[in-house]
Design a protein around this ligand. Sequence first.
Ligand SMILES: *[C@@H]1O[C@H](CO)[C@@H](O)[C@H](O)[C@H]1NC(C)=O
Ligand SMILES: *[C@@H]1O[C@H](CO)[C@@H](O)[C@H](O)[C@H]1NC(C)=O
Ligand SMILES: *[C@@H]1O[C@H](CO)[C@@H](O)[C@H](O)[C@H]1NC(C)=O
Ligand SMILES: *[C@@H]1O[C@H](CO)[C@@H](O)[C@H](O)[C@H]1NC(C)=O
Ligand SMILES: *[C@@H]1O[C@H](CO)[C@@H](O)[C@H](O)[C@H]1NC(C)=O
Ligand SMILES: *[C@@H]1O[C@H](CO)[C@@H](O)[C@H](O)[C@H]1NC(C)=O
Length: 181
Amino acid sequence: MQLFLVNFILIVYALSSFVRADAVTDAIQLQGLASNTADTVFASLNGTAYLNTSDLVSKVAVAIQSADSMVMSNVSSPGTANVTLNDAYFNYVNSMLYLADTVQRRGRLFHSELNLPVYQSLQNLSSAVSTYGHDLASENLIQRNSTIRTLTTSSAIVRAQSSWANNQNYPGKRETLSWSG
Ligand SMILES: *[C@@H]1O[C@H](CO)[C@@H](O)[C@H](O)[C@H]1NC(C)=O
Ligand SMILES: *[C@@H]1O[C@H](CO)[C@@H](O)[C@H](O)[C@H]1NC(C)=O
Ligand SMILES: *[C@@H]1O[C@H](CO)[C@@H](O)[C@H](O)[C@H]1NC(C)=O
Ligand SMILES: *[C@@H]1O[C@H](CO)[C@@H](O)[C@H](O)[C@H]1NC(C)=O
Ligand SMILES: *[C@@H]1O[C@H](CO)[C@@H](O)[C@H](O)[C@H]1NC(C)=O
Ligand SMILES: *[C@@H]1O[C@H](CO)[C@@H](O)[C@H](O)[C@H]1NC(C)=O
């Protein structure tokens, strides 16, 4: 339980300290947020810990959206590929891959949360990841290896969605609500 609390605090901290110095800092902070979130989800795979996965995923999606609008509103002249930014972006998108994989694994286990909100938040995550990657690539701010990694990550998010796509609320054996609200 304490682990979850610590992770929760880290995530809140990462969100509230989303102070934008520049695009590189944004990418580094996104990486931290994505990997903290993934660690929280990973730790839940072992037990029955309650997690609001939809909420966790949505927060990452919103953070990516705001990093994207910040960098796009700031682009004044055609950018040039910047190795520092490319590396930071590459690390961020790798963390997103880890997040997508852990969310997929949680979706495959029995979980006491509804599928649909998680499915929808993954939809938002998917479009945030694609848009951010597309925007940076079209401004030539990131390089080809990062673009390819973005596509890999997008596929992983689609796979994660498929593990939260059941019509029944929950995969697994139980069919009735074990909790409400
Ligand atoms: C946006 O531009 C301002 C002013 O040039 C700069 O201080 C800031 O770091 C930039 N932010 C990003 C995300 O590029
Ligand atoms: C789950 O718990 C077992 C025993 O406590 C431990 O060996 C294993 O590494 C844990 N797995 C995860 C995913 O945390
Ligand atoms: C998950 O969090 C969101 C936003 O905080 C909230 O609207 C939703 O009701 C929560 N879901 C559950 C099952 O607690
Ligand atoms: C890349 O971006 C970083 C952070 O904005 C900056 O400090 C660095 O000078 C840039 N490097 C090049 C080669 O433009
Ligand atoms: C997805 O994004 C839309 C538009 O920003 C928002 O209205 C909706 O609440 C988001 N859904 C989830 C589950 O985060
Ligand atoms: C991506 O490609 C650039 C340019 O070819 C290279 O400098 C960088 O090290 C590569 N990054 C990774 C993580 O492979």
